[in-house]
Design a protein around this ligand. Structure first.
Ligand code: HEC
Length: 393
């Protein structure tokens, strides 16, 4: 397919993914907040809580039923399509960006994993992740929230570790996020919506609705709520090579998980009237700690401190980078300079020196998938030239 068409397809699907994702997470946040904020005093028979709110210049009054109303209203609003479309558009993006160019995005050129195997592993992780999580929910573990969280966390870390060893670091990160996102969407599709359908069905037949169904849906939706912040983080981390480009990227991910889930927990407790304020400074300390451990060690003298001429560095950049980063790229996949970053002239190279250092010397995430086969020595030479002041004369 024409690379320009792929680019527009990518943009359009990404846009859809964003919009549906915002709608989904927004409603997830809203309903969790609603649940926690319900007034539980002085209620009518059969009511679990009520709430007044003002928004957009209007007053709203809501009631939550303990199980179900006697008569199911004709118009009942369901919240499911935002979840389905977020997953579908997300999976489409995986295909368009990652699987379509698996040789560049899924693996590094020096990896022993075949790109096709990498795609299978990626898709497999989504299925296996759901299978493990769903099985865990069906064991007595589900009644022990602390243990459940701990076991779940360790499994995610183990899978992250495995994926970072098999796939390119970016693909590994993204697939951990996609795996959790798949659990969330499958929770909606396979558990929450079917449970709710059963509730509606029994209410319609005048039977006592099974409270177990309601409880089941409630727990899955609570899990989804906790997964939101880590998943969102992983999705944006793809633009920050100091996370996935780190040597211990799986451990960085684990740390970010703890922070993300912790902050979510703070808000959930706050909603219930408990102010576990310590979580916020702890999260700040956690983020600062992560920023510190991901900081590259003070660069030793690269290339053995040898004085590097600009012509030498420029020749390497031309050979290893300009096939993509140019006004006229020769790469088959990237027909427009990625992110507008070009290294055609000395000035452009000097202007981007800090980014070149991060991308090609410390985190080594560039060249993408190392499709241009840069060597360690060459990275050091480019790095040394920047260290020595990036002088072009
Ligand atoms: C196969 C194509 C390809 C090659 C070769 C390549 N890059 Fe990139 N580069 C990309 C893509 C794609 C992006 C955009 C990544 C993204 O979406 O975050 C990018 C982004 C960048 C950025 C911008 C990062 C940012 O977040 O602003 C820099 C800087 C960069 N590359 C440097 C280099 C250097 C230095 C080399 C050579 C050592 C190189 N690239 C080789 C494809 C390539």
């Amino acid at each position: 397919m024409d690379a320009h068409v792929v680019e527009w397809l990518n943009l359009t699907v990404r846009w859809i993914h964003f919009i549906t994702g915002i709608a989904w997470i927004g409603s997830s946040f809203y309903f969790n907040w609603l649940e926690n904020a319900l007034n539980k005093q002085g209620l009518r028979e059969g009511i679990a809580g009520n709430l007044w709110a003002i928004h957009g210049g209007g007053f709203y009054y809501l009631e939550k039923y303990k199980v179900a109303p006697k008569v199911i209203p004709k118009t009942l609003h369901w919240f499911k399509y935002e979840a389905y479309f977020t997953w579908i558009s997300g999976f489409a993006l995986l295909i368009i960006v990652y699987y379509y160019n698996a040789g560049v995005y899924m693996v590094d050129s020096d990896s022993s994993t075949h790109p096709a195997l990498a795609v299978l592993l990626g898709i497999g992780s989504l299925i296996v992740g759901w299978f493990i999580y769903d099985t865990m929910c069906k064991t007595p573990l589900i009644n022990k929230p602390v243990l459940f969280t701990l076991v779940g966390f360790l499994i995610v870390v183990a899978i992250s570790y495995y994926l970072t060893q098999m796939l390119s670091s970016r693909a590994a990160y993204l697939h951990v996020g996609a795996m959790l996102g798949t659990c969330m969407a499958a929770n909606v599709f396979l558990v929450i919506i079917p449970s709710q359908k059963k509730l509606v069905e029994s209410a319609k037949q005048g039977k006592e609705p099974d409270a177990v169904q309601g409880r089941k849906a409630f727990l899955r939706s609570l899990h989804n709520n906790y997964m939101t912040l880590p998943v969102l983080f992983i999705m944006i981390s793809n633009h920050f090579p100091s996370t996935y480009g780190n040597e211990f990227n799986w451990a960085v991910l684990a740390g970010l998980f703890v922070v993300g889930t912790g902050v979510r927990h703070y808000y959930n407790l706050l909603g219930k009237g408990q102010n576990a304020f310590w979580i916020l400074p702890a999260a700040v300390v956690g983020m600062i700690g992560l920023a510190m451990v991901t900081k590259p060690p003070p660069a030793h003298q690269l290339a053995g401190g040898r004085q590097i001429e600009f012509s030498e560095a420029q020749a390497l950049i031309s050979k290893r980078c300009v096939s993509c980063h140019s006004a006229n790229p020769t790469d088959k996949v990237f027909v427009v300079a990625p992110k507008g970053v070009m290294f055609d002239t000395p000035d452009q190279i000097v202007q981007h020196q800090d980014k070149i250092f991060i991308q090609a010397v410390t985190t080594k995430v560039m060249p993408l998938g190392n499709t241009t086969f840069i060597t360690e020595e060459e990275r050091e030479i480019i790095g040394a030239w920047i260290q020595q002041g990036a002088i072009i004369e």
